[in-house]
Design a protein around this ligand. Structure first.
Ligand code: NOJ
Length: 522
């Protein structure tokens, strides 16, 4: 089972710059993580995914890589990373890195060389194109800020493609040499003991070979299908990408234990999501964004869960996550900061068959922080109808001191902290009724089953607003209403309740927003 350690495991996404500063510069770093590993062990996570750690000019905070084989000096050294992998391993936790294969930084030596002349031997590492016949960009693709996805280059008289910022030129995956480079990069980190990668923009590597215009969105297109009114069908989501993951999977499987490929699969159609699992020969895990954008109601969540499980191949392990550094924090989006709802969300996701990915701070119900424009650090988010992304990247709230325990006293952190007095780890550790204490109990329940095959899932009948399901030996009953509800039968042997000790509570009733995990064995 160790070969599928990630199955039913709990992973913890850690935004390195914001988790723990060890050297008093206001930025979190790798040594800071090492100093807090005991906390993660206590919490009960099985692995951590570090947001980008490679050298970068930080136009997009590490998602613009200038050296795939190094560590960003602001975050530490490669020795620090080795030490982190070692120290995490001693505590039973694996370390995943973030891999950005869709684009590099424009400061990457590949791009500098590619842009030097049309004859450069590295010219085809990137997507260069002539102007459209009447002049202007080669097609109608737009980047994530809504601007044309093409940047004119005066030196060589062509445009280059950037799906994100102009400082993030897209690589050209039609070139075998790009595949070769990434095979090398994968092996380099796997050899060092990295347990796997979260793959950035996993659906995006290949672009249409003819660079055809994207068609306009349909009325019914949801937030994931369209980009500024255009369907991203030619600028990403191309079928050729699957061959890359088959190749990477065989590399991952050549290690013991096999390394994990977790895709940032930003797709709306769950059948498309399922395709990233291949025949158990592509990604082992693929993020489910339709769930992130679902409403916080029994029917809305149950419906996405049912469709996901129906779409995934039998061997496919679903991934449940609701917060990240792009989409914001679920305690705000779903719960409006209400801790009863935060516990309920953790409970329903944590008891489902599949892997759970928590974003740092989910475990204490950390909410989005309104970062004033003059302190904003994110250049890419906040365009069109998308809210800015700094709101979910603020420092971890460890205690109620002025710096929230994130950095040294008197040091200004790179982003302002949220309300550290309202929510912090130190206070919640002492409080058995806190979100943190609840989350720890939930993870401990999960841990007993980590690595085991996925159990079946079945939604059970329940009154409106109640989501009741069976998953293996567990029965989950979750009241998504602000009213107490009566159940047709007692919940059974309670293993965990969001309301704490159910003691004398009527076994056939749930409090408003209460969720209960019970055992099928009555
Ligand atoms: C997805 C990452 O999660 C996001 O933060 C980044 O801006 C884009 N990909 C571009 O790399």
């Amino acid at each position: 089972m160790d070969r599928r350690w990630w199955q039913r495991a709990t992973l913890y996404q850690l935004y390195v710059r914001s988790w723990q500063d060890s050297d008093g510069d206001g930025y979190g770093d790798l040594r800071g993580i090492i100093s807090r590993l005991d906390y993660l062990e206590w919490l009960g996570v099985d692995g951590i995914w570090l947001s980008p750690t490679m050298p970068s000019p930080d136009q997009d905070w590490g998602y613009d890589v200038s050296d795939y084989l190094g560590v960003h000096p602001e975050l530490g050294t490669i020795d620090d990373l080795d030490a982190l992998i070692e120290a995490a391993g001693q505590r039973g936790m694996r370390v995943l890195l973030d891999l950005v294969p869709n684009h590099t930084s424009s400061a990457h030596p590949w791009f500098v060389e590619s842009a030097a002349s049309r004859q450069s031997p590295l010219r085809d590492y990137y997507v260069w194109a002539d102007p459209a016949p009447g002049g202007g960009p080669p097609n109608n693709w737009v980047d994530f800020t809504g601007q044309p996805a093409w940047q004119w280059d005066n030196t060589t008289g062509q445009f280059y493609l950037h799906n994100f910022l102009p400082a993030q030129p897209d690589l050209n995956w039609w070139q075998p040499v790009v595949h070769e480079e990434f095979r090398r990069i994968l092996r380099f980190w796997f050899d060092r003991g990295v347990a796997g990668f979260r793959i950035d923009v996993a659906q995006g590597l290949y672009k249409d070979a003819l660079l055809r215009d994207n068609p306009p969105c349909d009325e019914e297109d949801g937030p994931l299908a369209g980009r500024f009114g255009l369907q991203a069908v030619y600028s990403e989501n191309r079928p050729e990408v699957h061959a890359v993951y088959r190749e990477w999977r065989s590399i991952a499987e050549s290690y013991d234990p096999p390394r994990l490929l977790l895709g940032e699969t930003w797709v709306e159609d769950l059948r498309q999501l399922a395709a990233f699992y291949g025949q158990d020969d592509e990604l082992q895990l693929a993020f489910n964004f339709p769930l992130v954008f679902a409403g916080f109601s029994a029917d809305s969540l149950a419906s996405i869960v049912a469709s996901t499980l129906a779409a995934l191949p039998a061997s496919g392990c679903p991934v449940w996550t609701a917060s990240n550094h792009d989409v914001g924090r679920f305690p705000s989006r779903w719960c409006g900061g209400d801790e009863a709802k935060v516990k309920l969300a953790l409970l329903v996701l944590g008891a489902l068959p599949g892997s759970l990915v928590l974003y740092y701070g989910d475990e204490i119900g950390m909410t989005d922080v309104a970062v004033p424009p003059e302190l904003a650090r994110d250049a890419l988010g906040g365009h069109g109808r998308r809210p800015g992304r700094d709101r979910a990247r603020t420092p971890m709230q460890w205690d109620e001191s002025a710096s929230g325990g994130f950095t040294a006293p008197g040091i200004r952190s790179w982003l302002p902290s949220g309300d550290v007095a309202a929510r912090n780890v130190a206070a919640q550790r002492e409080d058995p009724g806190s979100v943190l204490s609840f989350c720890r109990e939930l993870l401990s329940l999960r841990r007993e089953r980590a690595g085991q095959p996925q159990p079946g899932y079945e939604r059970l009948p329940a009154s409106p607003g109640v989501w009741r399901y069976e998953a293996g030996e567990l029965i989950v009953t979750a009241n998504f209403t602000g009213r107490p509800v009566r159940l047709p039968a007692p919940v059974g042997k309670v293993l965990l309740s969001t309301a704490g000790d159910r003691g004398q509570v009527d076994p056939a009733a749930l409090a408003p927003w209460e969720g209960v995990i019970s055992s099928r064995v009555r």
